[in-house]
Design a protein around this ligand. Structure first.
Ligand SMILES: Nc1ncnc2c1ncn2[C@@H]1O[C@H](COP(=O)(O)OP(=O)(O)OP(=O)(O)O)[C@@H](O)[C@H]1O
Length: 258
């Protein structure tokens, strides 16, 4: 006889790992950064948020990571396994690639052999095999960002938060890392919340693109992106892609002017 199906948990496919409902946040100085924000991210979804500067995109991530508490509404994160990648790779300059990648596992007291194995797997996944003993200053900006990705991958996050991780990189490196990230997403199927200023990057990477208005930020548009993962890089040169980028850009402009 077959085993009974386990009770449904929040981490199963389809359940929201991040669930914001009617979120408002006013900072102590009186700036209302967000107002009436509804946002859900499920496992297997990669949601990008675009919006004008200062509309509260980073504030969303700060709430998701527990650094800020909402003024009203509900912000629920249904997992302890949260990964972060920010624009600055924040590597420890005196530690090698391997030692940086092992850092979070070390802080959580994972055994030496386990963390060595997990770090090597993550280093291989981000294409840094052979650079394990290099120091951050010996790496390019793109490689440093990969170390930052690998450091989070070691913890096998269910929810991955990205705050403009590729914003400081040149176009080619950025496109290359977009493809790497899509490959990781297809392999690991985490829930992704990605902040970017680039509409074309958002459309290429995401299963859904959310457009925010100017401050106080609220969601003014949501676009489902139709292509399967992993994506064919050639999508970027199709008329359908250009049309979607145009629609999102249009919503962004309207939200900014409203
Ligand atoms: N700690 C804080 N205290 C007071 N105000 C803040 C704080 N952090 C952010 N703000 C204000 O809240 C608003 C939203 O900021 P946030 O950084 O979330 O915007 P953003 O959309 O990420 O901006 P950008 O695209 O320029 O990075 C801004 O007006 C900002 O000045």
């Amino acid at each position: 006889m077959s085993e009974p199906a386990p009770a449904s948990t929040a981490t199963e496919q389809g359940a929201a790992l991040l669930d914001f409902s009617d979120v408002q946040l006013t900072y102590p100085g009186g700036t209302t950064a967000l107002s009436g924000v509804d946002l859900k991210v499920r496992r297997g979804e990669f949601v990008s948020v675009v919006g004008p500067s200062g509309c509260g995109k980073s504030t969303l991530l700060r709430i998701a990571s527990g650094l800020e508490t909402v003024t009203s509404g509900d912000a629920h994160v249904a997992t302890d396994h949260v990964g972060y990648v920010f624009q600055d790779a924040t590597l420890l300059p005196w530690r090698t690639v391997r030692q940086n990648v092992e850092l979070l596992a070390e802080l959580r007291d994972h055994g030496r052999a386990d963390r060595r194995e997990a770090a090597q797997k993550a280093i291989d996944m981000v294409g840094l095999t052979g650079f394990e003993d290099h120091l951050p200053r010996q790496l390019s900006g793109g490689m440093r960002m990969r170390v930052s990705l690998a450091r989070s991958l070691v913890m096998d996050p269910e929810l991955f938060l990205f705050d403009e991780p590729f914003g400081a990189l040149d176009e080619i490196t950025r496109e290359y890392l977009n493809d790497e990230l899509l490959r990781l997403f297809a392999e690991r199927s985490f829930a992704g919340l990605f902040i970017t200023h680039s509409v074309s990057e958002a459309v290429y990477l995401s299963t859904k693109v959310v457009v925010m208005s100017g401050r106080p930020g609220k969601v003014v548009g949501s676009f489902d992106i139709p292509w399967d993962m992993p994506r064919d890089p050639e999508i970027r040169y199709t008329a359908e892609y250009a049309a979607l980028v145009g629609e999102v850009s249009h919503a962004l402009r309207e939200g900014h002017d409203s």
